[in-house]
Design a protein around this ligand. Structure first.
Ligand SMILES: [Zn+2]
Length: 152
């Protein structure tokens, strides 16, 4: 997806990265930055973002994707050492229908604590299981689409 050059002008995360909006940073590298979510669902809830304005998952280049994942991995581990978390959930909402609320892609790192009462709504997992044929059709469609991604 092509993005206009000024897509970042009204982006709150680009404002944070530019230092124009306050944030509590926890991590920076060449390609990514990470700061605390201002509406945390758990202590140490961090957002990992690409330093360049990227709207959707498909807009990331491969190096950025790897960098985001590595940053999240390090932060999740740091939450165990520094905040006594016992685990973490990683969550990425790609698109409005997935719940993406800020138009700058971000990967949530949500530390988990023993006996915390955080619940992720999983009603979707209560849907009836599809037949194997349907799963195979879906897998074939994804495999074919991935095979066309020769440029990435
Ligand atoms: Zn942005």
């Amino acid at each position: 997806m092509a993005q206009s050059a000024d897509a970042s002008v009204n982006c709150v995360f680009c404002g944070i990265l530019a230092g124009d909006v306050p944030a509590s940073f926890v991590y920076d590298d060449e390609l990514t930055s990470a700061f605390l979510d201002i509406r945390p669902v758990a202590r140490g809830h961090v957002l990992v973002v690409p330093r360049r304005h990227r709207l959707r998952l498909e807009d990331l280049d491969e190096r950025e994707g790897v960098a985001m994942w590595n940053a999240a991995r390090r932060i999740a581990k740091a939450a165990q050492g520094g905040l006594h978390a016992s685990g973490a959930n990683l969550l990425l909402a790609d698109g409005r229908s997935a719940g993406q609320e800020v138009d700058h892609l971000h990967l949530h790192v949500i530390p988990r604590y023993r006996l915390d009462d955080l619940v992720f709504d999983a009603r979707a997992w209560a849907l009836p299981a599809p037949e194997r044929d349907e799963l195979m059709d879906t897998a074939s469609a994804l495999t074919a689409a991935l095979a066309e991604e020769v440029d990435r």
